[in-house]
Ligand binder design. Structure first.
Ligand code: URA
Length: 340
């Protein structure tokens, strides 16, 4: 670094003059005054170009030949240029390739050619339109929003409020792929609460539980014991949003969603609960026992208002694949209806 006092204004070439005018330094810079300059250094430019002026960071890539250092207020101006219309990520990559500090602002050319280099006002610290806000993603919102845990939010909810909470729920990743959250459907007051696993494709499309082939079989089974979702039965699932490709729900998804089911049970106060399939049975009974060992007897589900008899049976989708098991399912239904 050298210190000298020029007797006259420093000589600048036309390009330097344009830059100086652009950054509002033309008059100040061309005034004869003592200045501190940095020796020119060459930027290792890869595919992108970067022009950097610095009076404070000599080890940073510097091109004082293009833009002389500012005399009194050391400023780092960094510009990395990516192809016109390039996505911000491409521009960031260009910046990285050019060796620009990560904090440096990356300029994405608009494709408009003015013949003059453009520097964003935010870098120049001059008045200009504020930077456009980056659109927020669901993940950003999830991080920023002080979210009330589901278990807390459902505590005093009515059935209608609970339904609204489920429809708007973003407690786990399943919300990102759903068409509809499926709250449940059926009769209130509720004699039987039927609990399945999770919405399938049809349920996700229509927003109602058990409306596909499994649902038709379920309706037929219920009708066989004189029950209907119009008058006696409320039908819901452990998980309210469809897992992609109908995969098994993950433990964290169950943990996020089960407070809704527990609140449904507390509000509906069913006379009994019919649990369909291994997954729902294991979740509600807190066990990893097989469905074969859980069906054929009456369990009791403990709630704040007392115990509710709970019967386990096969999932209708399983019965569609294994029709010979329908006889056992029929026994389970009879067991449930005998307990009136
Ligand atoms: N299977 C389920 O477990 N639930 C539904 O709602 C539909 C299919």
């Amino acid at each position: 670094m050298s210190l000298h006092t020029p007797a006259t204004a420093p000589r600048v070439n036309p390009l330097q003059r344009i830059w100086l005018r652009e950054i509002g330094m033309e008059r100040l810079w061309l005034r004869p005054a003592p200045v501190v300059t940095t020796p020119p250094a060459t930027i290792p430019v890869a595919s992108a170009s970067a022009d950097i002026a610095s009076a404070a960071t000599p080890q940073a890539p510097v091109s004082a030949a293009v833009l002389p250092a500012q005399p009194s207020a050391p400023v780092v101006v960094a510009k990395a240029t990516a192809p016109a219309g390039a996505a911000p990520a491409a521009a960031a990559a260009a910046a990285a390739a050019a060796g620009v500090e990560p904090t440096a602002q990356v300029i994405v050319p608009t494709g408009r050619t003015t013949g003059r280099p453009t520097i964003p006002a935010s870098i120049l610290n001059r008045s200009g339109p504020p930077p456009r806000p980056v659109p927020k993603t669901v993940e950003d919102e999830a991080v920023e929003a002080p979210r009330v845990p589901v278990a807390e939010a459902v505590k005093n909810a009515t059935l209608d409020e609970l339904r609204e909470q489920v429809v708007a729920c973003t407690a786990c990743g399943l919300c990102q792929g759903r068409r509809h959250a499926v709250f449940g459907q059926g009769a209130t007051p509720t004699r039987w609460l039927v609990v399945g696993e999770a919405p399938g494709e049809q349920e996700d499309r229509q927003g109602h539980p058990f409306v596909g082939r499994s649902g038709q079989l379920l309706d037929a089974m219920l009708a066989a014991v004189g029950m209907s979702r119009d008058t006696d039965v409320f039908i819901t699932n452990v998980i309210k949003c469809r897992p992609p490709g109908n995969r098994n729900p993950k433990p964290e998804e169950i943990a996020s969603c089960s407070p809704y089911l527990m609140r449904q049970i507390a509000l509906l106060k069913p006379e009994r609960i019919l649990v369909l399939g291994r997954f729902a049975a294991q979740t509600l009974l807190g066990t990893d026992a097989t469905i074969g060992s859980l069906r054929g007897r009456v369990h009791q589900l403990k709630t704040d208002d007392g115990e509710i008899p709970l019967i386990v049976s096969y999932h209708p989708a399983y019965l569609l694949r294994s029709p010979s098991e329908k006889a056992r399912a029929w026994q389970d239904l009879k067991l449930a209806s005998q307990m009136v």
